[in-house]
Design a protein around this ligand. Structure first.
Ligand code: NAP
Length: 265
């Protein structure tokens, strides 16, 4: 197993993380930095990214970018390499879900989810093939909804299912240079995405006390769907991501970290 100056495995030393300002991406950034690595974190909002950079001076760097924009994401991996002085890892955590039943799927939400969850990782993975150092690793966040959709998740599920095949094609293409590409598929994790209240079509957000009560109900219900009886925590996903970044003989794999939810009919 190759180890670098930071002592980390190849794939974990100098890493670009999209969605690195919150949730699972932030947990990955923190885990890598704690292990001595350096990270560049990307998202649309500069605020959370600057907070990460300020928490880990000299180890974390803010690189704001809307990855849903073809022009903004062009050259993103090269920019990260320049900021970090090399790049051996790439993690795509940026993602977006909008639950809408058939008959209520609006065009912007459809295009937006396909762009962030499928087109952006394909294009950024393509860049990573050229920019990552030999032996480097990529990890993409899919979802258990790629395997078992809800009536309201057709677009998101299609994008995340498509991503699984994109990652296998990246793995085949990168293999000659030892570049690996893998996927982590979470069950429901306690992040901002999950703490967005799911409203019925056309429903206005309820006033604050009712909003808080319904959200609590939603979180408890989602937690109860998992045989392990609770929502996942971002750090529990970060463990799998960091493992795959440095796993030198694993490529084209999907690691499901889901509290057992896929065991249920
Ligand atoms: N939470 C779950 O239950 C769950 C389950 C299965 C899979 N996942 C997947 O796990 C990944 C991480 O999600 P999370 O749970 O950590 O939720 P989160 O905290 O909401 O993180 C999503 C991140 O994506 C970034 N993002 C969204 N659109 C972007 C864009 N156009 N350009 C750049 N960055 C963008 C957001 O930053 P900005 O808003 O600043 O852009 C945010 O940091 C996602 O791919 C998600 O689909 C989550």
């Amino acid at each position: 197993m190759s180890a670098g100056p930071s002592g980390g495995k190849t794939g974990t030393r100098k890493v670009l993380i999209t969605g690195g300002g919150s949730g699972i991406g932030l947990a990955v950034a923190e885990a890598l930095v704690r292990a001595g690595g350096r990270v560049a974190v990307t998202g649309r909002r500069p605020g959370p990214l600057e907070q990460v950079a300020a928490s880990f001076p000299g180890q974390a760097f803010a690189l704001p970018c809307d990855v849903a924009s073809a022009s903004a994401r062009e050259g993103l991996l090269a920019r990260a390499r320049d900021v970090l002085g090399g790049l051996d890892g790439f993690v795509h955590c940026a993602g977006w879900v909008r639950h809408q039943p058939f008959g209520h799927i609006d065009e912007d939400a459809l295009r937006g989810q396909l762009e962030v969850n499928l087109v952006a990782p394909l294009r950024l993975g393509e860049q990573a093939l050229d920019v990552l150092e030999p032996g480097g690793g990529m990890v993409f966040l899919s979802s258990t909804l790629a395997h078992r959709p809800l009536p309201t998740s057709a677009v998101y599920s299609a994008a995340k299912a498509g991503l699984l095949q994109v990652v296998k094609a990246l793995a085949l293409t990168g293999a000659a240079r030892g570049i690996r590409a893998n996927t982590v598929s979470p069950g429901v994790v306690d992040t901002a995405m999950t703490r967005e209240l799911r409203l019925r079509p056309g429903e206005e957000p309820p006033p604050p006390p009712e909003h808080a009560a319904r959200l609590q109900e939603q979180l408890e219900f989602l937690g109860s769907l998992h045989p392990l009886g609770r929502l996942g925590q971002p750090g529990e996903l970060a463990e799998a991501v960091v493992h795959l970044l440095g796993a030198s003989w694993t490529t084209g794999a999907e690691v499901v970290v889901d509290g057992g939810i896929l065991l249920r009919e």
